[in-house]
Structure formats: structure tokens, C-alpha cells
Design a protein around this ligand. Sequence first.
Ligand SMILES: [Zn+2]
Length: 293
Amino acid sequence: MNQDYLYRGVIDDLDIRFVIADCTQAANQIILSHDCDPVAAAILANGIASTALLSALLTEDEKYTVKWKFDGALGLVMADCNAQAHLRALISSPHLASSIQEESEIWGKEGSISLIKSSQSKILNSGVVEANFHDLSQDLAFFLSFSDQIETGIATVVNFNPDPHNPIRNCRAFMIQALPDCNLERFDKVRGKLADAHAKQLLAQDSPSDNHFEIILKYISEDLVKQPQFSLEEAPPPQFKCTCSQKAIAQVAKSLGQDELDDAFKTSNALKITCQFCNTTYEITKADLKRLT
Ligand SMILES: [Zn+2]
């Protein structure tokens, strides 16, 4: 049974919207499919949880693709999600722990984060900013604040189980964003509370009570309003679902160019191409290329 969830709402008195996502099951599936070690798993799960939040900002067939690139050992992390909260993600270095001596080598000297919002492969908007926080969710919050000019705060928690088949105990994220009438000084206070250790403890609770969100909302806004009034709406729960297909992979194959394809078909009747997101291997024949592209 899928326990993952996504809720969105508004803290009325503060003109702040919020999104809370639990992606524990989706993160477990993605991390197992990429055979991540714990260092890579912690980073990838953080990227998954923060990307899941974005689905609450989408409608119909819109999609967000987030790419974090670093010149350190980590390399590339990529995640995408749509309005139905279908999530997938990849990491170019799933075995990070063995390739580094100390944490700074993970990130290197320079990083960037890019976001593309698209609808049926048509790009609606895109941007890229530096990624310097050594924390994928904080890079995403910075992108939304700076590039999209919507003040944003994100807190994520990722905790582990001593169980190789179910390594992630919890993977959750909480985002706040300033609505147009929001007082930004007040917003900063709420954002500061969301970033502290106690807010993360609340977010990480193992058996959250029914009023889990209320407790977190009350904590982050208690310095400004005594009893915050908020609306809450359930959105589709995050789930790991890849969008690859024989047709999409055939189109990737086509993009290799005729010379490379001719070479490949000299030695084999079918190209074997593995989807980097879900590790499904497709066999593409010459006939498939004609039929599907
Ligand atoms: Zn796939």
C-alpha cells in the first residue's frame, strides 16, 4: 500500500502557501533501482523529496525537470515530476562513498541547478542558477526565490533503516512560498523556523498523528500568529513512475545519427538501450525505428 502523500494549503493570516510531501516509498524504489550507496541515497532522496513538492505547482500535463550538476564526484542528479506526482530520478554516481575521502569532494568547486517547466515536450520556461548550498533542496529553494522570484523555503528529512531492501525510513519535504500579499519580513521569520532542527524533528516523526501538519504549521508560525488558520487540500500522492516507452527510446536511438546507427546494425539486429531512470532495457530494431519515429 502506498503511504506516500502530498498536501498543499495556505496559512491564511500570513499569505503563505505550503506543500508537504512524503515520498518514502517512491524514494526506496528509486534508490534500489539505482543501487545507491548510503551517501548517494541521502543526496538523491533529498532531490526526490524536493522535486515532489513541485508537482503541487503544476496542472494538467505540465512537468518539471530539475538538473543539479556539480564538478565534484557527484556529477549529475536529475529528477522530474508531473502534476500527477509521477516521479523519477537518476544520479550519475550511485557509488559515491567509495570515490571520495571527504565531503567536499562530493560537490567540487562549482555547481548549477536548472529547472525546465514543460508541457507535452514544449518548454514553458527554463532557467539556471548557481548551486552552492551543498544541499539539493536548498539549491531548489534558492532557484525558486531567485529565478522565479517567489520567496521559498524548503526543509527535507531523509532517515535510514538498517534494511537493504527498504533502506529509507522516511523521506519528507515541506515547502513554504510567499503569496503576492505576503509580508516578506514575516515570511523570513517563518522560513527561519522551518530551517531549524525542531521543525525537522517534527517533520521526521515516525508515526505522525492526524494533526501532524497542524503541529508543524503552528510551530513555524507561532511567533507571528497564535492559532494559524489554514486550508489543506490533498493532491495526488508521489509515486515512482517512469515515462519511458519503446517509442521514446526509439526516438533517442534515432538521435544517434545515421552513421552510428548503420555501424550498430552491422553487428546486431537490435540496439539494446537501457532507460537511465528505471533501468528497463529496450531492444530497438531497424523496423522499430521506421515504425516509431
Ligand atoms: Zn524508464
